[in-house]
Write a protein that binds this ligand. Structure first.
Ligand SMILES: *Cc1c(COP(=O)(O)O)cnc(C)c1O
Length: 429
């Protein structure tokens, strides 16, 4: 595979951009090799600057549930562009998308738009602190909530890939207010609450964790979290930046039948443009400025071009709820194919899937927690990744990320991918 142009661009980028990229995992550090510079995408495919074609399983890290460049999103952006790019004043599209978010995710009674998932989570904990007048938060080991200081404690995604449990630059004071519990372990939560009685403002969790591979929250565990938060007057925040509009039209909370107090959203909500959101109970959300004292703002928040793409996505989802059934069937068949291969090879690797999110771990133990995920052999993942990449299959370049299947992936592409997975596993074992 000729990647000359990508190599040249990477060399130029390394001089000017730290690590050559604007978000760490893109650099291929943990799998080796030269990152591909992408020129364009269409449906399930992306094309690099050397015009190599790849079946894309990253989907811009989650947003592209319909694949690349769907007509209805491109059309909506074009129409919005006719009127200008930004006004810093309210627009009709913001009201429409707020109505749609509240309709699709019933626990959300009021919503505020921001520009990224990071902004959504950092604003949500400020609001929870303002509401409860308490300081500490509990997060879970291996969960990723964006890169704001409070969350860079035992975080997933890039922070996990590179083994930076707590980033330099996060103050001891900030770190002290973030307590970490173990995913799927309710006892670890109870102990923290007991030892910090009356001091916990919020518990934030990815109900289905997608930043330490893919790990589903156990229904009983999430139910207990809901009960404990209600008993102790702790704000329960579901971080659905990845799972929102991905697992169901109402996100993971719809599947589990649990209503959090606040929900954070991102990725799919922007249709590939920078949009995030947080919302939830009216009594909490009303505390936000300007209706309340908790400050939160953004020059480009609710940007009309970005919102047009998000609105087109959510309208499509509302009008085509069957896509979640279709994604489930397609993803399940793909999972079964991989299981067959594993059986054939006599390898009992952990394969976790929830809806169209999937992860193959290179370890034979069950993976239900961060500690379990860490048992994966990342050297083996690296061989696996590179074999697929060289065969035109673009997986996330890290063991600890989710593979996403979109509505545009064809049966033939998934069969081809399974064949290449079999080849890669035979190389490894
Ligand atoms: C991606 C992600 C974030 C951060 O969103 P950004 O838009 O990258 O800032 C937060 N939480 C979860 C669960 C995510 O998957």
């Amino acid at each position: 595979m000729d990647i000359e142009e990508s190599i040249k661009l990477y060399q130029r980028a390394l001089e000017l951009i730290p690590g050559g990229v604007n978000s760490p995992v893109r650099a291929f550090k943990s799998v080796g090799g030269n990152p591909r510079f992408i020129r364009k995408g269409l449906g399930s495919k992306i094309y690099d600057v050397d015009l190599n074609e790849y079946i894309d399983f990253i989907g811009s890290w989650g947003p592209h549930i319909f694949g690349h460049k769907p007509d209805f999103i491109i059309q909506a952006i074009k129409e919005a562009l006719q009127n200008g790019t930004s006004f810093g004043a309210p627009t009709e599209a913001e009201v429409k998308i707020a109505e749609l978010i509240c309709e699709l995710v019933p626990s959300i009674k009021m919503v505020r738009l921001v520009n990224s998932g990071t902004e959504a989570t950092m604003s949500a904990i400020r609001l929870a602190r303002g509401f409860t007048k308490k300081d500490k938060i509990i997060k879970f080991e291996g969960c990723y909530h964006g890169h704001s200081d409070s969350f860079l404690i035992k975080a997933g995604s890039g922070a996990l890939t590179f083994g930076i449990p707590t980033s330099p630059g996060v103050t001891a004071g900030t770190a002290a207010d973030t307590l970490t519990a173990k995913f799927n372990d309710i006892q670890s939560v109870k102990e923290l609450i007991q030892n910090n009685k009356g001091q916990i403002a919020a518990i934030i969790i990815e109900p289905v964790a997608g930043n330490m591979g893919v790990i589903a929250g156990k229904p009983d565990f999430l139910k207990s979290l809901r009960e404990i938060c209600s008993e102790e007057s702790i704000v329960l925040i579901f971080d659905e930046v990845m799972t929102g509009f991905r697992l169901a039209k109402g996100g993971a909370q719809e599947i589990y039948g649990i209503e959090p107090d606040l929900t954070t959203l991102g990725k799919i909500i922007g249709g590939g443009m920078p949009v995030g959101a947080f919302g939830g109970k009216r009594e909490i959300m009303s505390l936000l400025a300007p209706s309340g004292p908790v400050y939160q703002a953004g020059t480009l928040s609710g940007n009309p071009i970005a919102v047009s793409a998000g609105l087109a996505s959510l309208e499509y989802i509302k009008n085509n709820p069957r896509i979640y059934n279709e994604l489930e069937i397609k993803s399940k068949n793909f999972e079964l194919k991989i299981r067959e291969i594993l059986n054939k090879l006599g390898k009992n690797l952990a394969l976790n899937r929830v809806g169209s999110m999937l992860c193959l771990f290179f370890c034979e133990n069950e993976v239900n927690s961060f500690d379990d995920a860490l048992k994966s052999d990342t050297q083996k993942f690296s061989i696996f990744f590179n074999h697929l990449l060289n065969n035109g299959i673009y997986l996330p370049p890290s063991q600890f990320e989710a593979i996403f299947i979109s509505t545009s992936h064809s049966e033939d592409e998934l069969i081809y991918t399974a064949e290449k997975i079999e080849e890669a596993l035979k190389l490894i074992y």
